[in-house]
Design a protein around this ligand. Structure first.
Ligand SMILES: [Fe+2]
Length: 277
């Protein structure tokens, strides 16, 4: 499956919305988020185990209400599936694919950044040879996609997709442009915090996981029902990269660090493949 295919799925789902949903105000959405979070905090105080994953049934995320799973997923034999599924090997990915700023004749507009980190398992061991794919909006908050009609400019020098294979210590590094927030149709005046989508394939197709990385201090965090569908503050914080001056390079790019933990209590939240924007 290509990154483009994934974007198709995202937008197809993102824009199939009840027209009445856009009449809902940010205040109503924020109030619902706060109520759910307050109930969660009370449950944790009463001894409930902290949640690490997003709520699938999260009412403020209006566009997910009719399409989130309500039953246990159908379990299949992964070995059978893998006979027919694509698998990526190290030789299929070129090192230059991790630089999203060199895919066209000119340089993209925006703040050049490096996002680097490690993929780790629940015991802190590095996960080597891991395919990571990313996709993102440009510096104006626009995706290169026919379903994105947000009136912000497309950058002819920026497609917004890249991929990399983790090194022996689980390390990865992408050079890209800092994406901007963009509007979406969940409710009236809804804006997503700036984010980069990440996909990890595991060792085979059936282990694919998808998540989003955010930037520190984004004022839109509190307002975003996707980010807030993770009720636990610590789990939400794990999706936010850290500014890292050691990754920043002289007169070239600012740097962010973001580690991805695949299992265990500190695991990074991974979303349902149908639920991203
Ligand atoms: Fe997005």
């Amino acid at each position: 499956m290509s990154v483009e295919t994934t974007q198709d799925e995202s937008f197809k789902n993102a824009h199939v919305l009840d027209p009445a949903a856009t009449a809902v105000s940010q205040e109503e959405i924020s109030e619902e988020i706060n109520d759910i979070h307050e109930s969660y905090r009370q449950e944790v105080l009463a001894g409930k185990k902290p949640e690490t994953q997003p709520r699938v049934d999260f009412a403020p995320y209006r566009s997910s209400l009719l399409r989130h799973p309500t039953k246990d997923l159908h379990h299949t034999d992964p070995e059978t599936i893998e006979l027919y599924s694509p698998a990526f090997g190290q030789r299929d990915v070129h090192a230059l694919e991790a630089d999203l700023t060199i895919q066209h004749n000119g340089e993209p507009i925006g703040e050049r950044i490096v996002v680097a980190g490690r993929v780790l398992d629940g015991d802190g061991r590095p996960v080597a040879n891991q395919l990571i794919e990313i996709w993102q909006a440009n510096a104006a908050g626009r995706y290169v996609h026919k379903r994105d009609q947000h009136p912000a400019p497309i950058d002819p020098n920026f497609t917004g997709v890249g991929r990399a294979i983790t090194g022996p210590n689980g390390e990865y590094s992408f050079t890209t442009i800092k994406p901007a927030p963009y509007p979406w149709k969940n409710h009236h005046n809804a804006w997503r915090p700036a984010h980069i989508h990440f996909s990890l394939f595991g060792t085979d197709f059936t282990q694919r996981m998808i998540t989003q990385m955010y930037f520190p201090g984004d004022p839109l965090f509190a307002l975003d029902p996707i980010y807030q569908s993770i009720t636990d503050q610590d789990a939400r914080d794990r999706l936010v990269a850290t500014y890292d001056h050691s990754i920043t390079s002289h007169e070239w790019a600012t740097g962010y660090n973001w580690d991805i933990v695949l299992t265990g209590s500190n695991r990074t939240w991974m979303e349902d493949e149908e639920g991203d924007h």
